[in-house]
Design a protein around this ligand. Sequence first.
Ligand code: C5P
Length: 217
Amino acid sequence: MTGLILVAAGSGTRLAAGVPKALVEVSGRSLLQHCLDTVGGVARIREIVVVVPASEVAAVRASLSDASVVVVAGGATRDESVRAGLTQLVDADDVLVHDAARPFVPADVFNRVLDALVDAQAVIPAIPVVDTIKRVRDGVVVDTPARDELVAVQTPQGFRTGILRAAHANEDPDITDDAMRVERAGIPVRVVAGSQRGFKITTPFDLAVAATMIEDR
Ligand code: C5P
């Protein structure tokens, strides 16, 4: 049985002051609603936990028609919000962690991650990097990693629930995604194809791109 933790507790100050990012609307629906629309078409997901800012728990719960969706307060960091979601999962053997800030990840990416999770312990979707990436320190280039070995990582990221729980048991302040925790525990993380539609909405420019994308659908 597969569960989903939808992390939607980020403040999104670069998008709209005072509105949590996941509640910002594109074409009349919030980023969170767009995510839930897609997830509704992924049959294997049976348990859904939505993690939102504490101030929004009651309003978000009231706005959702599916009574089985659990809404819980997140934390100060994404990592804390994931842990808040993990505490609410009951039956899920496998779990997907997905950013509400990536509302247009197609259902086929969810299914690719879940298919690979049948014989892997951790799976992430990723797309090739098109820019040359450099490591820079104090304004000076220190390294240029080979581009053909680099990918840009997206969500949903899939895990055996027990492995994700164990990976979250340790304090680790440098963490930027869940796979990093699992990697640090020495567990292989399988990579499958993501989608250009899985871009993360961070700035007003991203929001404008998203609105155009929906109009073109
Ligand atoms: O801030 P950023 O875009 O990296 O956030 C990625 C995802 O993590 C977003 O969906 C955001 O809502 C979520 N998040 C969270 N709790 C936080 C910070 C971010 O759920 N404290």
